[in-house]
Write a protein that binds this ligand. Structure first.
Ligand SMILES: Cc1ncc(COP(=O)(O)O)c(C=O)c1O
Length: 384
């Protein structure tokens, strides 16, 4: 049975109006923003049409069917038993993070982030009236991981919260259970609230084991919140619905103080799209299989055509983190690749200073798009 369908680029460009298709002229291959080229799951399409036909487009005041739908998915997929009573809704993951931090962190309080990391994290902390503390990922023999010593120091120095990216964007890093347990232990010891952004978790690749943070936190006695959505896994960013899950009873009570408007501003269409998406695991597994095939293809193409590029292969999600420093294109290779090769990537320096000379590439496309992108970049670097 066909699950995931990808239309030719020219057709997608005429049919879609998101930034992926409108930001750059049509001669640019859009491999930047985290949207998939894959057509969304048919049951989600049907649900959206059904809701619109029923004029079911009013306001929401809570998660309703989404809490048990997510709980069922989390239990089947990860063995994580979510108490539906601890689930709240927000417009999107970003809003969920901001509203949680606003409640939990005093004005000017300290929130730890781990660059290179999803660039809006820096802005979300500021939007919540808090201050960013950077604890860069540690790199050893080309392998990146959370820097537990750095986190211990930052927590001991008075951090109020830790914004954990689990799995980590842009590296597609799936943090292991021991590392996350150590983070939970440190958070408990220093009274730090961990806000775990788990939006990429459904897209964990076969062979990697995603570990939900909240059960570990509760066991360690740490306060925690998970913010997530079907927005990445099923390509529903514009549907505008996310959930905030409290990891413990005290944090759940704290979330009762979220302004009523947070739920009200969430899209009812997004909520129903999320409910159905969490049941579409065949579509999800097919999407992951395509991403994994594209990851292998990109690895092979880079070895053949651009051996100077170091590719940090994701274990979750569809984002490829590329060390382009060997290409001799300067600190912002993505800028030259855009203007001269007509391929749009995300510039590495926007993920923090550790990302200078890197770029992020979106793998959720037709394999021919990847082939063309690598050929164009290779043509820019004639010595390759
Ligand atoms: C780690 C991470 N968090 C949040 C988001 C954005 O999610 P939303 O659109 O639901 O705010 C993204 C988007 O790529 C992301 O990578």
């Amino acid at each position: 049975m066909v699950e995931v369908v990808t239309a030719p680029l020219e057709r997608i460009r005429t049919e879609r109006s998101s930034i992926k298709w409108t930001r750059f002229p049509s001669d640019v291959l859009p491999l930047f923003v985290a949207e998939m080229d894959f057509a969304i799951a048919e049951p989600v399409v049907e649900e959206l049409v059904r809701r619109v036909r029923a004029s079911d487009v009013g306001y929401l005041d809570g998660p309703g069917p989404l809490a048990p739908a997510f709980a069922a998915f989390a239990s089947r997929r990860w063995g994580w038993h979510v108490d539906p009573a601890r689930v709240r809704i927000a417009t999107d993951v970003s809003v969920g993070i901001v509203e949680t931090l606003r409640l939990a962190v005093p004005r000017g309080g300290l929130v730890v982030v781990t660059p290179p990391v999803y660039p809006p994290f820096f802005e979300l902390v500021e939007e919540a009236g808090a201050t960013v503390v950077e604890v860069p990922l540690a790199v050893e023999d080309g392998r990146w991981s959370l820097d537990l010593d750095g986190l211990r120091d930052a927590f001991a120095a008075g951090a109020d919260a830790f914004l954990l990216c689990n799995p980590h964007n842009p590296l597609g890093l799936v943090h292991d259970a021991a590392t996350l347990a150590a983070v939970a232990g440190l958070a408990a010891e220093h009274g730090v609230l961990v806000v775990s952004d788990e939006v990429h978790a459904p897209l964990t690749h076969p062979g990697a084991a995603f570990v939900p943070f909240l059960p570990l936190a509760e066991r360690a006695g740490a306060r925690s919140v998970c913010v997530t959505s079907a927005s990445k896994g099923w390509n529903l960013a514009g549907a505008k619905c996310a959930i905030i899950v409290a990891g413990d009873a005290a944090t759940s009570r704290l979330l009762c103080a979220l302004p009523e408007e947070v739920a009200c501003r969430t899209s009812i269409l997004g909520l129903h799209a999320n409910v159905v998406a969490y049941r579409c695991t065949d579509w999800l597994d097919d999407a992951i299989a395509r991403i994994v095939a594209n990851d292998r293809l990109l690895d092979r193409l880079l070895r053949e055509r651009l051996p100077q590029v170091v590719y940090h292969r994701p274990r979750a999600g569809y984002l490829a983190w590329l060390d382009l420093r060997g290409l001799g294109l300067g600190e912002d290779p993505a800028a030259r690749i855009l203007t001269e090769a007509r391929v749009a990537l995300n510039a590495g320096h926007t993920y923090g200073r550790e990302g200078r000379g890197f770029a992020r590439l979106n793998l959720a496309c037709d394999p021919d798009v990847l082939r063309e992108a690598v050929a164009r970049i290779a043509a820019l670097v004639p010595t390759a």
